[in-house]
Design a protein. Structure first.
Length: 298
């Protein structure tokens, strides 16, 4: 028996992209500025290639100047840093995204910190992380995935989460930690859990809002979830799925969707939930960067 509402991230992301497209056209019309997004990908990780293709396609749909730099897997660190320096100094580029993970010989931290904070549309630079942690989100680029999750939560229960318990599963720099900062800033009472947490199911059971960002297929079950809770599934896991007797590779989240839907109030599906929102938030950050570079309000 399904009781939960399916949160349609795909539709919400499309709505957001439409409004970004309109604002982009107005920016070009009124100020002659086209937001520019540069995506840097090193190597041939198939999942990364799909993500980069989707980002480029959405950037073009929004009317952005969109550039992709595809570097060989054995590119030297100095050459990656040289490219980032060029992009930092290119006035046609307002957002620089380095697709992660990088090949093992590259220093991921050195590369992400080389992106100038004003073009760091992924929100990975320490300056932007610091601003987010200090509650200065109006000044910061907020990482796209947690920013998208917050919009979906706000749509369900509003932007003020006073009195709500939120549990974040996962403590990565990309999702878990910034997600916790945003929830805290929205006045939620936040618990961050991770691989060393004891009695995870029991902790999750106290949550009005659950955000799962782990990378373990179907981990969160119905009997972990408080009736009526909002469950946001960030996980993207490639698994074998059998549909009509045919077995294929497909995507599944960290939440056992059908099971959790019997208890929760609202759940994001995978695919079609957080993923598309992440891409639209990247476009929103790039548009914002272009406006700020032109001295306009964000
Ligand atoms: P990560 O590997 O950096 O972090 C995973 C976190 O899960 C860690 O903090 C770890 O402590 C925690 N964890 C591992 N096993 C656990 C367990 N048994 N119980 C509780 N916690 C456990 O991953 P990440 O980059 O944060 O990504 C998490 C998932 O989200 C992945 O599936 C990734 O593909 C997906 N993701 C999706 C998007 C999107 O746009 N939808 C964006 C980023 C990441």
């Amino acid at each position: 028996m399904t009781v939960a509402k399916r949160i349609d991230g795909k539709a919400k992301a499309a709505e957001l992209a439409e409004s970004i497209t309109r604002e982009t056209a107005a920016l070009l019309d009124e100020h002659g500025i086209k937001p520019g997004l540069a995506v840097v990908i090193v190597g041939e990780d198939p999942a990364s290639q799909v993500y980069v293709r989707n980002k480029k396609r959405t950037a073009e749909t929004c009317g952005f100047h969109s550039v992709q730099h595809t570097l060989a897997a054995d590119t030297a660190q100095a050459d990656v840093l040289r490219l980032i320096d060029e992009l930092n100094n290119n006035d046609a580029i307002h957002g620089i995204l380095v697709q992660l993970p990088l090949p093992g010989h590259l220093d991921e931290q050195a590369v992400t910190q080389a992106v100038t904070p004003s073009k760091d549309v992924d929100g990975f630079h320490f300056i932007n992380i610091g601003k987010l942690t200090a509650g200065r989100t109006a000044d910061a680029f907020v990482p796209c995935t947690p920013a998208g999750c917050m919009l979906m939560i706000a749509d369900e229960i509003g932007g003020d989460l006073s009195g709500k318990n939120a549990v974040v599963i996962g403590r990565s720099n990309i999702v878990g930690k910034p997600m916790a900062s945003l929830l805290l800033q929205a006045n939620a009472t936040v618990t961050v859990t991770h691989s060393r947490t004891r009695d995870l199911a029991q902790v999750v059971a106290g949550a009005d809002i659950v955000v799962a960002a782990v990378g373990r297929p179907d981990m969160v079950k119905a009997d972990w979830v408080k009736p009526g809770a909002i469950v946001i599934d960030v996980g993207i896991n490639r698994v074998e799925k059998t549909v009509d007797g045919e077995t294929k590779m497909g995507l599944t989240g960290d939440v056992d969707y059908d099971d959790v839907c019997t208890v929760a109030g609202a759940v994001t599906p995978v695919p079609g939930g957080v993923g598309p929102m992440t891409i639209s938030m990247l476009m929103a950050n790039t548009l914002r960067s272009a406006r700020l570079a032109a001295g306009l309000e964000a």
